[in-house]
Design a protein around this ligand. Structure first.
Ligand SMILES: *Cc1c(COP(=O)(O)O)cnc(C)c1O
Length: 379
């Protein structure tokens, strides 16, 4: 099998796996218990929180563990609505966010919150000037993803952070695709809230983080005990938290090496695909992108058909984000880049990760090329 859908999820790293294993069976203590089985679990959580803090330039007290990226994103939006329930609230976001952000915004709109969805250019890039022009006296939050999950475009986070900090507007970024893949320093970038998810950087599924700048308040997401500073009660997912800390530390340590490796894989893939299918378009080609993502449009050939033909050869790629697949709707991200419905439905995403090789990239190119010929010949 060749797995090239790392933007959907990743295989857990060996190090993260080995470190989490003891906490699934032998070290099963409740981190709130006072005897040593419990305090060992507690210490493991403390260690992981420190690893996360170091990885993103934060303080441990600024990190809360969640069940993943969607939960972290949802929490921020619910909180803003709750915190300003007696005032007019305006939120700025982009049209290419993950559905956990977009659907949170849609829900808030039902409650009277005003939301501006910024457009993107043909590469999927947001303009800082558009952010500036969209600001109103009632703007309480701007939420712009660090990097897009379908085309990989990296947004001008530093400039947006600077602009918002000067105006005293809260800044949230969904960094689920960026964390562990490109360097992040929340203080340098002047980020107030940041979401990340372990299974996108070779941790385990079902664990994520919300970074919240110290001094900022959030209402509790889950009521109960004192876990997570009373913000998200409930017995901690110790094994998942341990894997998250290990995986993030490992990813950040390897960031430069991995970036080079993945960029090389992407470069070979694009070069070879252009040779075998000259009509191919690379979406977001002109933008600064995540190192491992290639999103291609093969004109007039169904992306879904290509995906299934690749699947028959044991190759995993996706038509758009995992959240869209299964529905017959074209990707909202590709439409926002200006693709037609037909073009958006003729697209596939190849996303490389830690375990991919150049040989696999060659096999993917050959498989895409043969799928393309087959589909075109059958017309
Ligand atoms: C995967 C993803 C999410 C959701 O994270 P989960 O941990 O799966 O809930 C949110 N935002 C982006 C950009 C993603 O790629």
């Amino acid at each position: 099998m060749i797995y090239a859908d790392n933007a959907a999820t990743t295989r857990i790293s060996d190090l993260a796996f080995e470190n989490m294993l003891p906490f699934l069976r032998d070290q099963y203590g409740n981190a709130s218990s006072q005897y040593s089985l419990g305090t060992k679990a507690k210490r493991a959580i403390v260690r992981s929180r420190r690893q996360v803090a170091v990885a993103i330039g934060a303080e441990p007290s600024e990190i809360t563990f969640t069940s993943g990226g969607s939960e972290a994103n949802s929490w921020v939006f619910r909180s803003i609505a709750e915190a300003y329930c007696s005032e007019a609230v305006h939120i700025i976001t982009s049209s290419i966010e993950h559905h956990s952000v977009l659907n949170a915004c849609h829900a808030l709109e039902q409650c009277g919150v005003e939301v501006t969805y910024l457009p993107v250019d043909s590469n999927g890039c947001i303009s800082v000037n558009d952010v500036k022009s969209a600001i109103k006296p009632t703007t309480k939050l701007v939420s712009i993803m660090f990097a897009n999950n379908e085309v990989g475009t990296i947004q001008p986070i530093e400039e947006i952070g600077k602009l918002l900090n000067e105006r005293g507007i809260l800044f949230h970024t969904d960094a689920v695709q960026a964390a562990g893949h490109i360097p992040i320093d929340v203080h340098d970038l002047q980020i107030d809230f940041l979401s990340a998810s372990a299974h996108k950087f070779n941790g385990a599924k079902g664990t994520g983080i919300l970074y919240k700048r110290s001094g900022l308040k959030l209402p509790p997401l889950v009521f109960g005990g004192e876990q997570e500073q009373g913000l998200r009660a409930g017995t901690e997912n110790v094994a998942g938290i341990v894997a998250l800390g290990c995986a993030l530390e490992e990813s950040v340590a390897d960031i430069t090496e991995m970036r080079e490796k993945l960029s090389d894989l992407v470069k070979i893939t694009i070069k070879r695909l252009k040779e075998v299918i000259p009509e191919i378009c690379i979406n977001g080609e002109g933008a600064m992108r995540l190192p491992g993502i290639v999103n291609i449009t093969v004109p007039y050939v169904s992306g879904e058909a290509v995906m299934h033909l690749l699947d028959m050869k044991g190759i995993c790629v996706s038509t758009s984000s995992a959240c869209n697949s299964g529905k017959d709707t074209p990707s909202h991200v590709l439409l926002a880049l200006g693709l037609t419905e037909q073009q958006a439905k003729s697209s596939i995403r190849i996303s490389y990760g830690r375990y991919n090789t150049a040989e696999e990239a060659e096999k993917i190119v050959a498989a895409v090329s043969s799928a393309y010929s087959k589909i075109v010949a059958n017309r």
